[in-house]
Design a protein around this ligand. Structure first.
Ligand code: MF3
Ligand code: CO
Length: 254
């Protein structure tokens, strides 16, 4: 599959899709507190997305049963929200969400602390976020795709954390998942040449312990095999001839 280059009109629609998603996220972040159920976060997220006149793109995607992925502690990604799952002080929770605006998809994830969290957990979240910024620095026309992967790896590996290999970032546009796939770990090849007008979802998933993950019997929830904490940080970005544009980060949700 060829990688799509977005026109000026499409970029404008992607920008708006991403702006609306960031707004949803900024409200979800405020709702993350001890005592809230993961299903309540999903309900709120779906409501906020629909209030913007948009559709949740995760809902029913390959049969996924909710609008927001809510992954707690050793859950890496694709946690299914449940009414009985109540967030506790000290948990870390990864929210992953996306929406469709006039046919254009956005996708974004953040890991938040619930109340006070451990110093170790704070560092895991900070390094995961930092690795995104190291990766995106490479996301400019003329560089190669795996410059992004190598930069993320070089940021994370010195900390002794495990970089999830089974799930990767991706192109995004009129579909949630487009080519290319974007690994978060070092590659031996260079990968494709990046071009202005590519829109990409870059999303490191980082485990405090080993990189290995497994799937729960619900067929969705990905957890660390060793039970260690995991963090996720994702933005939809635009490749340009100069500085990349982070479409889901205008500043209201860092
Ligand atoms: N946000 C995920 C990604 O980044 C996709 C979630 S798939 C769903 O690629 F089915 F869980 F929604
Ligand atoms: Co994604």
């Amino acid at each position: 599959m060829a990688v799509s280059i977005k026109s000026a009109r499409e970029i404008a629609l992607m920008r708006e899709s991403c702006r609306l998603l960031e707004d949803v996220f900024s409200k979800l972040e405020k709702a993350v507190k001890p005592g809230i159920s993961t299903k309540d976060i999903d309900r709120l997220g779906e409501k906020l997305i629909r209030e913007h006149g948009c559709e949740p793109n995760f809902l029913h995607y390959n049969g996924y049963p909710a609008s927001i992925c809510v992954s707690v502690n050793d859950e890496v990604v694709h946690g299914i929200p449940h009414q009985a799952h109540i967030l506790q002080e000290g948990d870390i929770v990864s929210l992953d969400a996306g929406l469709i605006y006039k046919g254009y998809h956005s996708d974004m994830a953040r890991t938040f602390g619930v109340g006070e969290i451990s110093e170790d957990a704070r560092k895991l979240i900070a390094v995961t976020r930092q690795s995104f910024f190291e990766g995106i620095r490479m996301a400019r026309a003329g560089n190669h795709l795996y410059d992004i992967s190598n930069a993320i790896d070089a940021c994370v590996t010195p900390h002794g954390y495990g970089i999830v290999r089974d799930l990767v970032g991706h192109g995004i546009g009129t579909r949630l998942h487009e080519d290319p796939q974007i690994p978060n770990f070092a590659q031996r090849k260079k990968g494709m040449l990046l071009r202005a007008g590519m829109t990409l979802a870059i999303e490191p998933m980082i485990n405090m312990g080993r990189a290995d993950v497994e799937w729960l019997d619900d067929d969705w929830t990905v957890v660390t095999e060793d039970g260690s904490l995991s963090a996720h940080y994702e933005n939809t970005i635009l490749v340009t001839d100069g500085e990349p544009e982070i479409l889901t980060m205008s500043g209201i949700c860092e």
